[in-house]
Design a protein around this ligand. Structure first.
Ligand code: SF4
Length: 486
């Protein structure tokens, strides 16, 4: 199976289109701009001493089209405050032509731009952290914020929106006593539009918000208890809570300077520069994060989207037969437990040879757990528990080279034992004869080419990294040909 972009499933990404904001919330962990914007260029602070420009509308469009090609279906625009961008209307209109489009805002500039975007957004999320002006001031927000949000929710009573309306509340030690009042207002105030959903977020001590952790942090159990009591108190409204833990290991987003990042165990890891990376390379980079996505619980569609590779990658945990010194099955072991150890299992190795005697030799995918970037046999892999060598040969050839062995000539070259032949474990080695360059699996191999056996040996001797068994197998099965072709 070859790599394909994820398609036909909802796949959501957050796009922090700006680092600028008209508020200065101490708990903000989003993109952030330097305190002073230099010249006319809007800057985004990448780290304490590095600022980079925010992208232009054309650059944002280019990135959105790239996201579309990799299968993204839903984009959430946030920041900073996305409505602060002069071109946000153009961005949202463009996005709406290609994606389900969400806008997450503090609402401060709502009435300036809403008319122009109302038909281009599918969901609008407005931040409401308290209705108490003292608390709002304590949270670092402009105290007019409450009046503004109430005006927006009142406006929707008269001008019913076609899009979804959500209210987002960050819950911390500072505002935890205000959550009930927010619920009462959203559900029971006649002058307030009842939102389609109310999302409660646990205070997240990331990035800039780390500095106020002691003052704001709320225990997960206490947060979940608040979510639970709100659901009981307001059954008429859809309420969901998101803990800090649920944010991690599956949260993909784009920074204002165009970096695609993932949040992994509190670290913001850059996957790619979306301005420069090609679509195929981006897909390859995403597949590198499969083990992380596998571990995560909230994936915003990414786990399902990458499921072809996840299914394949589940072989990493597959069960293999553990064998004794005579290749007799003694029990089972996971494939992960075999790597780096001395446990004996069974493997198959395959050479694809053409009629000129050249072998198709691939370079392993850089994302491989073992031997990344190394020369390899044409195909190969473990014999799964309950499988025999021939069945594994047939399966591996199909999975890695997309070749059906019932349609080509093949033969068994030999059966090798670690004690006798100095190979890594018990193996059967096969040869397939075909002149067709294989449609190889990009998850396994980066590239491949037809080579004379003598050239393969020369490359390895000259220091090209290769799988340990490759040179042994080349010597064993191609020595005769070497003497003819060298
Ligand atoms: S309004 Fe939102 S983006 Fe702006 S500072 Fe506050 S939390 Fe950050």
């Amino acid at each position: 199976m070859s790599i394909r972009p994820p398609v036909k499933r909802p796949l959501l990404i957050d796009y922090w289109v700006t680092g600028r904001c008209n508020f200065r919330c101490p708990f903000c962990y989003g993109a952030f701009a330097p305190d002073k914007t230099e010249g006319t260029q809007s800057l985004y602070r990448v780290s304490d001493n590095l600022c980079r420009p925010e992208l232009s509308f054309n650059q944002v469009k280019g990135i959105l089209l790239k996201l579309k090609k990799i299968g993204v279906t839903n984009v959430v625009f946030s920041g900073g405050e996305p409505m602060i961008r002069r071109d946000i209307v153009d961005i949202i209109k463009f996005s709406h032509r290609h994606f389900t489009t969400y806008l997450s805002t503090n609402g401060y500039l709502f009435f300036e731009k809403y008319d122009q975007i109302r038909d281009s957004i599918d969901s609008l999320s407005i931040a409401v952290d308290s209705l108490n002006k003292n608390v709002i001031a304590n949270l670092g927000k402009n105290i007019n914020h409450i009046d503004n949000v109430m005006d927006i929710l009142g406006y929707f009573i008269n001008y019913k929106p076609k899009h979804i309306v959500k209210v987002a509340t960050m819950v911390s030690q500072i505002n935890k006593k205000d959550i009930l009042e927010i619920g009462n207002t959203l559900c029971h105030n006649q002058n307030v539009y009842k939102p389609n959903a109310w999302r409660l977020y646990q205070f997240t001590p990331h990035r800039k918000a780390l500095t106020v952790k002691e003052k704001y942090e709320i225990d997960t159990n206490e947060f979940l208890e608040i979510c639970h009591s709100m659901k009981e108190a307001f059954p008429d409204i859809y309420i969901s809570g998101r803990t800090v833990e649920e944010m991690e290991d599956g949260y993909f987003f784009i920074t204002p300077d165009g970096q695609m990042q993932i949040l992994l165990r509190n670290e913001y890891c850059t996957i790619a520069d979306l301005l420069t990376i090609g679509v195929n390379d981006l897909i390859k980079m995403l597949y590198r994060y499969i083990p992380e996505i596998k571990k995560s619980r909230k994936k915003r569609g990414w786990r399902k989207a990458l499921s072809p590779a996840l299914d394949q990658d589940s072989s990493y945990d597959e069960s293999l037969d553990l064998v004794d010194d005579d290749d007799i099955v003694m029990g089972q072991v996971s494939r992960a437990a075999v790597y780096g150890g001395k446990k004996k299992v069974r493997i198959v190795n395959i050479f694809l040879e053409n009629v000129q005697g050249k072998i198709w030799i691939p370079i392993r995918n850089p994302q491989k757990e073992i031997y990344p970037f190394c020369l390899d046999n044409s195909a190969g892999g473990h014999v799964k528990s309950g499988e025999d060598y021939d069945a594994a040969f047939k399966r591996e050839v199909m999975e890695e080279l997309n070749i059906d062995i019932s349609r080509c000539k093949w033969e068994l070259l030999g059966y090798l034992k670690p004690q006798v032949d100095k190979v890594s474990t018990f193996m059967k080695v096969y040869k397939i004869i075909s002149n067709t360059t294989p449609d190889f699996n990009r998850y396994d191999f980066l590239s491949g080419s037809w080579m004379k056996p003598s050239n393969v040996m020369e490359l390895i001797r000259n220091g090209q990294p290769s799988k340990d068994d490759l040179i042994i197998l080349m010597k064993r099965f191609y020595t005769q040909k070497l003497s003819m072709t060298v």
